[in-house]
Design a protein around this ligand. Structure first.
Ligand SMILES: Nc1nc2c(c(=O)[nH]1)N[C@H]1C(S)=C(S)[C@@H](COP(=O)(O)OP(=O)(O)OC[C@H]3O[C@@H](n4cnc5c(=O)[nH]c(N)nc54)[C@H](O)[C@@H]3O)O[C@H]1N2
Ligand SMILES: Nc1nc2c(c(=O)[nH]1)N[C@H]1C(S)=C(S)[C@@H](COP(=O)(O)OP(=O)(O)OC[C@H]3O[C@@H](n4cnc5c(=O)[nH]c(N)nc54)[C@H](O)[C@@H]3O)O[C@H]1N2
Ligand SMILES: [Mo]
Length: 675
């Protein structure tokens, strides 16, 4: 989430009542966030390995010089693309923009990608295919309150986006209905009219089954389909074969519930579909999302009032982070790096020739998987890869094979502990910058306090490194605003057009929705009312077949393992595992197991079991709960080392988005481990 917060000079935090997205509400992580600004473990000086391999304090000059020299050496020896960069949806727009520019012209490497690839990349790819553009929500969050029926897929927003729940509560108070599709019962499903507790990995079959019933029962908006879409007939032909009884067998969702969901959705005056990571973080993630978008299109929802399809983007700048060029195939504003006109334009903004710009690089997992082989030096900014990447034991071994690793962070994260140089970065309240929230609304975060002495901002770090690598002119910014002004120019005329946005306008309007340019000087809160961003202006249906996840339970690994989040912790836990109040709420990870499954193994609540997959094994305390399916185990991913569930997860990638399959793999439960 991206909440409006107020922080005073004594570092007391409160919600911003007049801020339109969270309207004063904050979750427990927001309330406690200021503790991290003056935390005793905060990094306050650069660290570098000494002769005995120990991380010790060094000056900024030495740390930066070491990075510049080592990257240069590696590139001379192995070629430009041997340098890698790993960015983050936690970074401001200015930082993501500058990190992309740094990769392409200071290092000249193709290999830059970021943790958003592990986040919403499947939803982004599906939206691009169907609508020609990807903006998480193509409408303001307030619309949620006015919608008659919401179909929420694979999102536990009651725990992951608490400040958003006020809109769902209003929707319910207005008589609206909520259908949730999730293999687990959760704080979110507890408020639902209907909960479809599907088998992990069966979303496309479920969606095709619902569309089958909508067509069979005459609940399609034929005029809309005719006027605004293409390729419906192919989808109609395909879903005709998804008989409800067969869909019940694949998904475990009773036919009566499928019909109920289809009828609720199809008959409502307004209806929207929202997806979260549950359906997206799969090797079929793009197809899963497309199969739900088909439902939204067939019923004429997309672009209609209080209706449509949206992706509930997660990280602080999950939206802006995916727009401005820290992705392997992308230049600022959603421009494509293999588009000649885009290359020429951006090269002119950056003052280089088009031929100097690298080509498409490796996607996040592929980049991490080539550490030590093709990629020899890596700079990580805003991610804790050895905890959050799939198949983490393998990735950690890869990180150890690097010639050189540099990490910029606030704390000595599990990844920073492996680094050759660690740079202490400024935190959110200590620097100015813009973030784009899940609605595509660009927000300005003001600097509230000065960073502690010895700490630099990520922008300062990139500028100093850029200059040391010989790009003095291109990295001569005085402040974040100058970077933003260049970003505005770089995105002019692009899909994510920020050219008309200024810091002043953001403050005046409480945020500006992109695209914002001469034609739309006040921004664009709602997309798709008249046309889509495809060449012919029509939305596209996609005939997607259900395909099994890369791993399905078998005799040796008989259960599904799925992973996700809890309310009290954030992501890889670097920050929240350092706040006592949050640690008290959840001191360690746990494995949710159904009572009848627990009984089969003779395990009770609190017992410790080994979970073993084809990649690795790890021990977890058991939480026996009827909220999980009998065939499924759930573990949250916020802990590192031996407690990291990503040691077990499968890195099977979606062919289009390159999203790993965090949400489904096959697992074995053992009360003691065999050798
Ligand atoms: N407390 C907290 N809040 C957060 C974060 C955090 O770490 N902690 N992270 C932020 C970020 S970056 C993100 S991306 C968001 C993520 O927000 P969510 O998408 O809500 O989070 P998850 O818990 O990863 O997954 C959601 C649900 O997917 C379900 N699921 C698992 N397998 C399947 C499946 O096959 N199909 C379907 N339909 N559902 C399935 C899980 O049971 C889970 O309840 O949260 C943001 N907010
Ligand atoms: N098993 C499993 N794994 C998952 C997921 C899942 O559902 N299941 N979800 C995936 C998703 S959706 C996501 S988004 C990723 C997130 O996982 P990560 O990419 O690891 O993200 P964070 O934990 O937020 O890591 C951010 C790190 O950068 C630091 N940091 C934060 N902000 C800044 C900044 O502005 N500058 C600098 N220099 N450092 C900063 C923090 O202190 C922290 O150490 O995890 C993915 N991994
Ligand atoms: Mo995420």
């Amino acid at each position: 989430m991206q909440c409006g917060m107020v922080i005073d000079e004594r570092l007391r935090v409160s919600g911003n009542d007049s801020f339109p997205t969270n309207r004063g509400a904050l979750c427990v992580k927001g309330w406690t966030s200021a503790e991290l600004l003056r935390h005793p473990e905060r990094l306050l000086q650069p660290l570098a390995r000494n002769g005995r391999g120990k991380l010790t304090q060094v000056s900024w000059d030495e740390a930066l010089q070491r990075i510049a020299v080592r990257f240069t050496e590696v590139q001379i020896k192995y070629g430009r693309d041997a340098a890698g960069l790993f960015g983050s949806g936690a970074l401001t727009n200015e930082k993501t923009y500058l990190l992309g520019k740094f990769a392409r012209i200071a290092l000249g490497t193709a290999n830059i990608d970021y943790n958003g690839r592990f986040c919403m990349s499947s939803a982004a790819a599906a939206s691009n295919k169907a609508f020609g553009i990807d903006r998480g929500l193509p409408f303001p969050v307030e619309d949620i309150a006015q919608t008659e029926v919401i179909l929420m897929v694979g999102s536990n927003s009651a725990e992951t986006m608490p400040p958003l729940m006020q809109y769902f509560e209003q929707q319910r108070a207005n008589g609206g209905k909520l259908i949730v599709i999730d293999p687990r019962q959760s704080a979110t499903t507890n408020n639902a009219t209907l909960h479809l507790k599907l088998t992990p990995g069966s979303d496309a079959a479920l969606a095709n089954g619902i569309l089958h019933i909508l067509i069979r029962d005459g609940l399609i908006d034929a005029d809309y389909v005719h006027a605004r879409t293409s390729d419906f007939e192919r989808v109609k032909g395909l879903v005709a074969t998804y008989w409800p009884a067969q869909v019940e067998r694949i998904t475990g969702v009773p036919e009566a519930q499928l019909t109920q969901a289809a009828h609720l959705f199809g008959k409502a005056k307004s209806a929207m579909i929202l997806t979260g990571r549950g359906t997206e973080q799969q090797s079929q993630g793009v197809n899963n999302v497309l199969s739900y978008i088909n439902i939204a299109l067939a019923t004429g929802r997309v672009g209609s009032p209080f209706s449509g399809y949206g992706c509930l983007t997660g990280q602080g700048n999950g939206q802006g982070g995916r727009e401005h060029g820290q992705k392997a195939d992308q230049l600022p504003g959603y421009r494509k790096i293999d588009d000649t006109a885009a290359r020429e334009y951006i090269a002119s903004v950056w003052g280089v020739s088009e031929s100097e710009l690298p080509k498409v690089g490796k996607s996040a997992y592929e980049l991490l998987n080539s550490l030590g082989s093709e990629i020899k030096a890596l700079l990580v900014m805003g991610s804790n890869i050895v905890v959050s990447a799939p198949n983490a034991t393998h990735i950690k071994a890869r990180v150890r094979k690097l010639d050189f690793l540099a990490v910029a962070d606030f704390f000595l994260s599990e990844t920073a502990q492996l680094a050759d140089v660690v740079l202490p970065a400024a935190q959110w309240a200590e620097e100015e910058g813009t973030m784009t929230n899940l609605e595509g609304r660009v927000l300005l975060r003001q600097r509230a306090v000065a960073p502690p002495e010895g700490v630099k901002t990520d922008l300062e770090i990139l500028c100093e490194l850029g200059r040391r690598l010989g790009r003095k002119e291109q990295f001569a910014y005085e402040n974040p605003r100058e970077v933003f002004d260049e970003l505005r120019l770089a995105t002019k005329g692009a899909l994510a057009d920020y050219s008309g946005i200024t810091y002043e306008k953001i403050t005046e309007q409480q945020g500006v929705f992109w695209p914002c340019n001469e034609a739309q000087p006040n921004g664009t809160p709602r997309l798709f009312a008249e046309k889509f961003a495809t060449p012919d202006g029509r939305a596209r249906f996609h005939a997607v077949r259900h395909q099994s996840p890369a791993e399905e339970p078998d005799a040796y690994y008989p259960f599904y393992l799925t992973t996700g989040r809890v309310l009290s912790h954030y992501q890889s836990g670097t920050q929240t595992r350092r706040v006592q109040k949050l640690v008290d709420m959840n001191p360690e990870p746990f494995a949710e197991i159904h009572p009848s499954t627990a009984k089969r193994f003779g395990i009770t609540n609190g017992a410790v079991v080994w979970l073993q997959t084809r990649r690795d094994a790890a021990q977890f305390k058991v939480k026996v709960t009827p909220t999980i399916r009998e065939d499924t185990v759930f573990v949250p991913f916020h802990w590192g080392g031996a407690q990291a569930v990503n040691r077990l997860t499968n890195a099977a990638l979606d062919p289009t988005s390159r999203m790993p399959e965090f949400k489904v793999c096959a697992v074995r439960i053992q009360t003691n481990i065999e050798s």
